[in-house]
Design a protein around this ligand. Sequence first.
Ligand code: ADP
Length: 197
Amino acid sequence: MYNTMLNLILFGPPGSGKGTQAQKLAEKYELLHISTGDLFRHELGNNTPLGQEARRYMDQGKLVPDEITIGMLRNKIEAHPQVKGYIFDGFPRTIPQAEALDKLLAERGQSITALIAIDVPDEEIIQRILLRGKESGRSDDQDEKIIRQRIATYREQTLPVYNYYENQNKAYTINGLGLVEEISQGLFQVIDELSPC
Ligand code: ADP
């Protein structure tokens, strides 16, 4: 169906279900799932210098500086050159990250196929994240103040990324309320209607 790689960005506020859906997409379309949040948590878990640096921002609901995040993403992509495509989850979160990603892919003769935003209202998000925090013990998910800060960071720094890809005619939005399975179906439908790039 696709002559080249299928490179997707799953976009949306914290707690919108990106991680859950990205796994399903990775399986169905045989893509490499890259979650910058998971990569940071892995570094944190191993208490690496990168993890220690990232923790200072994550625990305040702020973004880790672009140069750190972009460097980490570049390493991940370079470590997996032979894939059918990538699904980016939680990246890019700023315009400089989007520009860096486009450049990184262009150097490989590739590009982003589509950005798909999962639309979920704020009130629902806060409830979901608090529940996730209780179940997972994730520290940035347990404090309503940090969660509100993450939503504010998303509005200020991340939402412009949607317009950046909309200007390239690559942005789509799906409804993020409902059963996990229904939301997956919404995503499959958008992806299956994309013309090969
Ligand atoms: P969320 O559920 O809030 O979307 P993630 O698991 O994707 O959370 O990320 C958790 C934290 O990791 C973020 O609040 C941020 O501090 C940091 N982080 C993740 N991805 C990025 C990124 N692309 N740029 C900067 N910081 C990031």
